[in-house]
Write a protein that binds this ligand. Structure first.
Ligand code: PLP
Length: 311
C-alpha cells in the first residue's frame, strides 16, 4: 500500500483527476476517497472491464487510470492493451496492479502499462511472513518517485523483510506453477457442485472473460472466489469445518487461506459502489464471496477438505 499510495500521490497534481477500477484491493479506493480529494484531485470509479465506460470517463485532466487484473476478490479481468490505448489518448498514465496475476502470468508493460504494481507480500514473497511492495516503470519516472515515496513518505522495507522476499523469489517460478495447477483442480472440483452457486476463476471456461484471460495470462494463478448457496449461515458452517484452509486475510502464501467478503462490508468500508456498479458486482459476487487462496498442499487433499466440510 505504501508503494501504491506513493505512486497515487506522485502522479497527479491539484486539478487533475484519477480514474480507478471499482473492483480492486480495498485499501486503494479507501485511500483514494480519503486523501486525494483533500489535495484537489478528483477521483472517479469505473467498471474497468467495460472499455467503453472507461473511454467515456476520460477527460483532458485525467492523469491516471488505475486498474487491477484479475481484480481481488471477484477475479474480474481487464483488457490492459485496450485500456493503455484509452489512457494514452488523453496522455494519462495506466497503472496496473498485477499482484494476483504475478509476473509469471502477465507482463503489463508489454501490453502498454506505464507503471506496474506488485504486493510482494503475496505470491512473490510467497510465505505470508514479510510485507513489501514494488512499482515497476521507466527509470526516469522512478527516480523521483523513489525519493518522494521512499524518503518523504518513509516507505522503506526492513532488511529482514527484503531478505525473506528475496529468498521467496528463488522458488517463485515453481510455486506459481503449483498454485495455478492446484487452483485449476479445485475450481474444476467446484464447477458443478450443488452447494456452490458460482465459481470465479479466470482459468475456467465458464468465467465471463475466459477468452481475454487466456490471451492475457500465461497461467491463471492461485486465487478464486465462490458464492455459496444458503447465504451467511452456509458460509459460517462450511468455513468452520475446513482443516487445510486457514481463515485469514491475505493471499499468495504457501498454505491455503479462506476469507468471507460480504457485499455489505465492502459497501460500508471501501468501495461504496453506485447502483449500476453494485449490480455488476452482484452478478459476480451475489451477497458476498468466499475468497480462496489455494496453497501448495496436495490437490486431492484440498478438494477432499471441501467435500468433508460440505458433508
Ligand atoms: C494485498 C494487496 C495489496 C496491498 O499489499 P500490502 O503488501 O498488503 O500492502 C495491493 N493489491 C493487491 C491486489 C493485494 O492483494
Amino acid at each position: 500500500m505504501s508503494a501504491i499510495a506513493g505512486l497515487l500521490l506522485h502522479l497527479p497534481r491539484s486539478g487533475d483527476d484519477v480514474v480507478i477500477s471499482d473492483v480492486c484491493y480495498a485499501g486503494v479506493p479507501e485511500f483514494a476517497h480519503e486523501f486525494l480529494p483533500r489535495l484537489g484531485i478528483e477521483v472517479s470509479f469505473v467498471d474497468s472491464s467495460d472499455t467503453a465506460e472507461v473511454a467515456a470517463a476520460m477527460r483532458s485532466t485525467t492523469k491516471v487510470v488505475y486498474v487491477e487484473s484479475p481484480a481481488n476478490p471477484v477475479l474480474r479481468v481487464s483488457d490492459i492493451e485496450a485500456l493503455a490505448r484509452i489512457a494514452h489518448d488523453v496522455r494519462a498514465a495506466l497503472v496496473v496492479d498485477s499482484t494476483v496475476a504475478t509476473p509469471a502470468a502477465t507482463h503489463p508493460h508489454a501490453l502498454g502499462a506505464d507503471h506496474v504494481v506488485h504486493s510482494l507480500t503475496k505470491y512473490l514473497g510467497g510465505h505470508g511472513d514479510a510485507l513489501g511492495g514494488a512499482v515497476l516503470g521507466r527509470r526516469s519516472d522512478l527516480a523521483e518517485l523513489r525519493k518522494s515515496s521512499g524518503v518523504h513518505l518513509g516507505g522503506a522495507m526492513s532488511p529482514h523483510s527484503a531478505y525473506l522476499i528475496m529468498r521467496g523469489l528463488d522458488t517463485f517460478a515453481l510455486r506459481i506453477a503449483a498454485h495455478s495447477a492446484n487452483a485449476m483442480a479445485l475450481a474444476s472440483h467446484f464447477a458443478h457442485h450443488p452447494r456452490i452457486e458460482r465459481v470465479n476463476y479466470p482459468g475456467l471456461p465458464t468465467h465471463p472473460q475466459h477468452g481475454l484471460a487466456a490471451r492475457q495470462m500465461r497461467c491463471f494463478s492461485g486465487l478464486m472466489s465462490i458464492v455459496l448457496r444458503g447465504g451467511e449461515d452456509a458460509v459460517r458452517s462450511v468455513v468452520r469445518r475446513l482443516r487445510l484452509f486457514e481463515y485469514a486475510v491475505s493471499l499468495g502464501r504457501q498454505r491455503s487461506l479462506v476469507f468471507h467478503i460480504p457485499i455489505s462490508g465492502i459497501q460500508r468500508h471501501s468501495r461504496r459502489l453506485d447502483p449500476k456498479h453494485l449490480e455488476h458486482y452482484r452478478a459476480l459476487a451475489g451477497e458476498g464471496v468466499v475468497r480462496i487462496s489455494v496453497g501448495l498442499e496436495d490437490a486431492e487433499e484440498l478438494c477432499a477438505d471441501w467435500t468433508r466440510a460440505f458433508d
